[in-house]
Design a protein around this ligand. Sequence first.
Ligand SMILES: [Zn+2]
Length: 317
Amino acid sequence: MDLHDRLLVQLSTRDVYDARTLGGQPQSGLVFTGQAAHDAVRMVRRQGYAGPVLADRRRYAGSGRVSGTAGLSAHWIADQVEARVTIPLTDSGYIGRNDTRALRTILDQASRWDDVVAVLPLHADWLGPDLPALTAAIAGYGGPVALVAEDAASGARPEAFRLGLPLLSAGPEALGALAHGAPWAAVGVREVLRHLYPEHPPADGGWRRGGARSALVPERLAFVPVERLPEGPCPCAACHGRPLRRLAGAGELEVNTHNVTVLHRLHARMSRARHRRHWWDERLGAPPHHVEAAGDRVARPGVQAGGGAGLAGPEEP
Ligand SMILES: [Zn+2]
């Protein structure tokens, strides 16, 4: 049970009963999210789930997010070990723009443990103008890290996958990270788990709420809300050639089963490719891969004021 070349599925703890369905693909695994994530890990282990399982506390997201300077919890690491995670993740806070103190705090404290992954939830600038400082800090640290890339204020997703490092809360670009040599990367089962939205989104942007169902359209490498799915058959093992559109009337588990089936089909194809990066670049070449970010956004300013898993409210994955 290792994390080599694994495309993980990132879930909420409330998805625990569907976890074995969603994480049942070969080369798959699970990441549970939130404060009770280790309890969900314990539960799937008790049920005999044998694949890799991680626990992401996700203190770095939502309006009540914690800063990266807050410090890491040894209890959180111990709870994960006790629950039999594959490798513990730090409960890092958020690393804001230019916040080198937060970055340094997380890496310094993570180095107290031999076998943990330092989670780095990053403002988009760390993957743009501040990338040299980030890569130097990671190289100096020397241990394993996992990135969570915040959406830019424009709604665009920074191209974190190019670093070839593990990603949490990613979209289809998780495959890109694996193509670039990352040992593992996690795709969220719903929008709020496929993004790290800025704490204060621009007033004119309408960010889509996390609850809506979106289905992965394989040829576009993008998640599209089910009410806007294209015509045409889906060849995946969950749809069996039925039209993709049918998912508009399907339940969330059925939509997500299609999503993980398509992702793992793509992963298997990538694994057979002679040059993984070329394969990924070719996939990106035809359609704009930022459709995901655009598809996840709607131009309705009122949307963000909603409660639930919306941006403005406390994030409850
Ligand atoms: Zn399908």
